[in-house]
Design a protein around this ligand. Structure first.
Ligand SMILES: [Fe+2]
Ligand SMILES: [Fe+2]
Length: 121
């Protein structure tokens, strides 16, 4: 495996998260739409967190706090989803994908560089 392909899981999982967030905008949305998004986000965040712990990542606390913020936003949606009309769902989906983009281009990029660097040693 080449070094550049080692973190392909991170990009692929981010892509799936964007697709799941997009599904919130669909007409046939129901509780399973939200549970799939929550489950997948959990799967992705846990994987990043296990890398950070294994590599004793110095910025772990900040990164974990960001994940936890997103976790609580998502869980709130699970409680409230039956009140959402199309306009609100569109707004939420935009908010979540903006948040995710900032996260990916910020702290996730730093983590990616750190992981690649550790694996080179
Ligand atoms: Fe992350
Ligand atoms: Fe991520």
């Amino acid at each position: 495996m080449t070094l550049t392909s080692e973190l392909i899981w991170q990009d692929q999982q981010h892509q799936i998260l964007f697709e799941l967030i997009d599904e919130i905008k669909a007409d046939n949305v129901d509780v399973s739409t939200f549970t799939r998004l929550i489950d997948y986000a959990e799967h992705h965040f846990s994987l990043e967190e296990s890398y950070m712990q294994a590599l004793e990542y110095p910025d772990y606390d900040n990164h974990l706090a960001a994940h936890n913020k997103f976790r609580s936003e998502l869980l709130k949606m699970l409680d409230d989803h039956h009140h959402y009309d199309k306009g609100l769902r569109d707004m939420l989906a935009d908010f979540l994908s903006e948040w995710l983009k900032r996260h990916i281009f910020g702290v996730d990029k730093k983590l990616e560089a750190f992981i690649l660097n550790s694996e080179r040693k």
